[in-house]
Design a protein around this ligand. Structure first.
Ligand code: NDP
Length: 494
């Protein structure tokens, strides 16, 4: 592993590193060995106010608001190039702070961050309004204007990537930004700040205030001078953010929240897929993913074979040092998350489910670190806690089913609706089932097909609005209708 280059750990406002007003700091820890990585400046409401003023000024009086959309796109693309150039260090930092395997940090998180910015950089000069035909007496058109100053609050599971998912459309639309990373994983967001400055974004376009949800996050959601808020995290916090928006200036919200996603295997599916999915993706990021496939529905004829192949493959997954190229699962992000997941495992056992594989701590080298074994539950009923609630750790439940109608009903029996997988050779069956699933994403004969050009977001309590794609840009725009009457002129001339 190359040498780790830590970022500056202050607040980033107006393209400058500044101490928080209180001078307070919080600590960020390495989840592999529980050791301190560094201390980070802790912002508060007063720092948020300064950052919002900087963002407002950059929008209304600065160079950014006057810039052509082509130039805006060029700077976003330069930012993407810089992420590519710094990929190795960004990936090492992500693994250090979050614990995910380095192969995933580099091959997925940072690569997706770069690709997302590249995609939205290309959009900057293609955002345009419409002309609306009314009659010869009117000309009406829409202008798509940046919505204004936006707050971006992201979680710790994909710290760099989630921020870039929101930064891309916000910047392409011409907004200015105040961002808050999770206090558990601030390092890659901090590292991006210097790249933002180097790419040529004028001062105040991007500002970052580290700190806690209850202080910085709360100040952002209640702020009277923030025009929009985009959040990724838990449904509970999503509600608080919406409440803050409602109690302040009614700012629109985009919420990307939790999930309890079904993954449906029909009798005719290719069994090789079972083995492949078990190895390649089911436990990726230790299932700390909002759209993780947590409820496996397996049709009765293949249930026994499925369970056998799947279990054998999961047994081969390597848990351990995230810097080792062969590792599939690193530690969970924090002690809090580790204890919460183990709590769910105990709940599953006490409610009568069978713990078929795993089900406890994974003891790494010196007994340190927040590791949990990949865990499979069988004999689960749909109303058990482990089948209803988002666990956000390496735990799947395997549920047999008989008929198509039955599985649709059971898959939809959730307060969430983020993603779903369907596995079958019968494309007509797949499409019919897909039409009936109440889910923001449906993946057929694959899972996690997430790409910058495809919208991502939830039905029901999985969220409001969409990240990624052209749809995401729309939520960072205000639509102004300009209507010109030439009735009088027309009448006079005729
Ligand atoms: P949170 O939803 O609390 O955290 C996500 C982000 O929101 C963090 O930056 C956090 O700040 C911030 N935040 C917290 N409280 C507020 C608030 N009142 N106002 C504004 N922002 C706030 O998730 P947790 O870290 O607590 O994780 C708990 C559970 O949530 C997980 O076990 C998992 O089930 C779920 N989760 C789901 C995610 C998803 O992608 N769907 C992502 C992360 C978690 P900070 O942490 O710095 O205090």
């Amino acid at each position: 592993m190359s040498k780790i280059l830590l970022p500056n750990t202050k607040l980033f406002i107006n393209n400058e590193w500044v101490e928080s007003i209180s001078g307070k700091k919080f600590k960020t820890f390495n989840p592999v060995n529980e050791e301190l990585i560094c201390e980070v400046s802790e912002g508060d409401k007063a720092d948020v106010d300064i950052a919002v003023k900087a963002a407002r000024n950059a929008l209304e009086n600065g160079e950014w608001g006057k810039m052509t959309s082509e130039d805006r796109g060029r700077i976003i693309l330069k930012f993407a190039n810089l992420i590519e150039k710094h990929k190795d260090n960004l990936a090492i930092l992500e693994t250090l702070d979050n614990g995910k395997p380095l192969t995933a940090s580099k091959g997925y998180d940072i690569t997706q961050s770069e690709k997302t910015l590249r995609y939205f950089g290309g959009w900057a000069d293609k955002i345009q309004g419409k002309t609306i035909p009314i009659s010869n007496e009117y000309t009406s058109m829409t202008r798509h204007e940046p919505i204004g100053v936006v707050a971006l609050i992201v979680a710790w599971n994909y710290p760099c990537m989630l921020l870039c998912w929101k930064l891309g459309p916000a910047l392409a639309a011409g907004c200015t930004i105040v961002a808050k990373p999770s206090e558990f994983t601030p390092l890659t967001a901090l590292y991006l700040c210097d790249l933002i400055k180097e790419a040529g974004f004028p001062p105040g376009v991007f500002n970052l205030v580290n700190g806690f949800g209850s202080t910085v996050g709360n100040a952002l959601s209640h702020h009277m001078d923030i025009d929009k808020i985009s959040f990724t995290g838990s449904t509970i916090t999503g509600r608080l953010i919406m409440e803050g928006a409602a109690k302040s200036n009614l700012k629109p919200v985009t919420l990307e929240l939790g999930g309890k996603s079904p993954n449906i295997f029909f009798n005719d599916c290719d069994v090789n897929h079972i083995a492949k999915c078990a190895k390649d993706y089911v436990f990726s990021n230790s299932m700390q993913s909002c759209c993780a496939p947590t409820r496996f529905f397996v049709q009765e004829n293949i249930y026994e074979a499925f369970l056998q192949i799947f279990t054998e493959k999961i047994k081969q997954l390597k848990v351990g040092d995230p810097y080792d190229n062969d590792t599939h699962l690193g530690p969970l992000v924090s002690k809090q998350q580790h204890d919460r997941v183990l709590g769910y495992i105990e709940k599953g056992k006490s409610e009568g489910a069978t713990c078929h594989l795993g089900g406890g701590n994974y003891h790494h080298a010196d007994g340190k670190g927040y590791f949990v074994q990949p865990t499979i539950f069988t004999n689960v009923t749909d109303n058990m806690t482990i089948c209803k609630e988002e666990i956000f750790g390496p735990v799947v439940v395997i549920l047999p089913f008989k008929t198509v109608d039955e599985v649709i009903k059971r898959a939809n029996d959730s307060t969430y609706g983020l993603a779903a997988g369907i596995w079958t050779k019968d494309i007509s069956l797949a499409l019919n089932v897909s039409n009936k699933l109440k889910s923001g994403s449906v993946w057929i004969n694959e899972y996690y097909s997430i790409m910058p050009s495809i919208p991502f977001g939830g039905y029901k309590q999985s969220g409001i609005g969409r990240d990624l794609s052209e749809y995401a840009i729309q939520s960072y725009l205000s639509i102004k209708a300009v209507t010109i009457s030439h009735k009088t002129l027309y009448a006079q001339q005729n």
